[in-house]
Design a protein around this ligand. Structure first.
Ligand SMILES: Cc1cc2nc3c(=O)[nH]c(=O)nc-3n(C[C@H](O)[C@H](O)[C@H](O)COP(=O)(O)O)c2cc1C
Length: 232
């Protein structure tokens, strides 16, 4: 059910809490079951030579206050190698059926280890094993090589996979530790835009900015959001 507070138009006086709007939109997209992964977002990173690259990841947590989101990935992947060179990131969510888009820009840092551990335990064993089994973004000679690698790594963890890889032989849900190369990335927002589709391309756009001041390895202090309205 749509919350009328976060309705089809931005109010004349732009809200001071755009991250709460974004959070409500993600929740509405999830509740309305309009697509399989309503929390998917296209994430853009840049490498040391400023070459941009984009890919879809899943936003697993959205924390409006103080204002960051979390996605999980392989720390040896191309995207994280990029982030280590340049922490600046951008992402876009789009729900065609709702006529809404959210653009976010900001800075990425790793999540605290304990947070990644806690999230890893919530994943099913297949996904946990997958985190050990794939060297994300590395070159692979064949699909078969990946299966062999997966079986070898499962064996190293003391697990034996069925032929179809869909179940484990002779064990219940095993305890699988989080691999050190896999975990969360906190994406702190320094800019956000809420876009609402309008008739005849007269869309509604509100854009907000704020400063991020590094406070610790995982956190920033933030200034209040300053909002402006943009032409569509
Ligand atoms: C719907 C969807 C969800 C995805 N979610 C994630 C994710 O949460 N984390 C992730 O690392 N990759 C995810 N991927 C795969 C990435 O798009 C990408 O292929 C992978 O992370 C490697 O990217 P990189 O080589 O640029 O690092 C997802 C792909 C799709 C299509």
């Amino acid at each position: 059910m749509s919350n009328p507070k976060y309705a089809d138009r931005l109010p004349d006086e732009l809200p001071a809490d755009p991250m709460h709007w974004a959070d409500a939109w993600i929740k509405e997209a999830t509740a309305s079951e309009i697509q399989r992964n309503p929390n998917s977002m296209t994430l853009v990173t840049v490498d040391a030579d400023a070459n941009p690259s984009a890919r879809v990841v899943l936003c697993k947590e959205f924390i409006p206050d103080p204002g960051y989101l979390v996605f999980y990935t392989n720390y040896n992947s191309r995207k994280v190698k990029d982030l280590e060179q340049c922490a600046k990131v951008a992402a876009v969510f789009h729900w065609d059926a709702l006529g809404r888009q959210i653009r976010i820009e900001g800075l990425a840092v790793r999540s605290p280890e304990a947070e990644s551990d806690a999230y890893f335990t919530t994943r099913d064993w297949g996904s946990q094993l997958g985190a050990w089994g794939s060297d994300q973004s590395e070159v692979l000679a064949s699909r078969e090589d990946l299966i062999v690698q997966l079986r070898e790594r499962a064996a190293r963890l003391g697990l034996s996979l069925s032929d179809d890889l869909l179940s484990l032989r002779g064990t219940e849900q095993p305890t699988i530790e989080r691999p050190p190369h896999w975990g969360g990335i906190r994406f702190w927002a320094s800019a956000i835009e809420l876009w609402i589709e309008g008739k005849d391309r007269i869309h509604d756009r509100g854009a907000w900015k704020r400063e991020l001041i590094r406070a610790s390895e995982h956190t920033f202090n933030v200034t209040p959001w300053v909002g402006t309205r943009l032409q569509p």
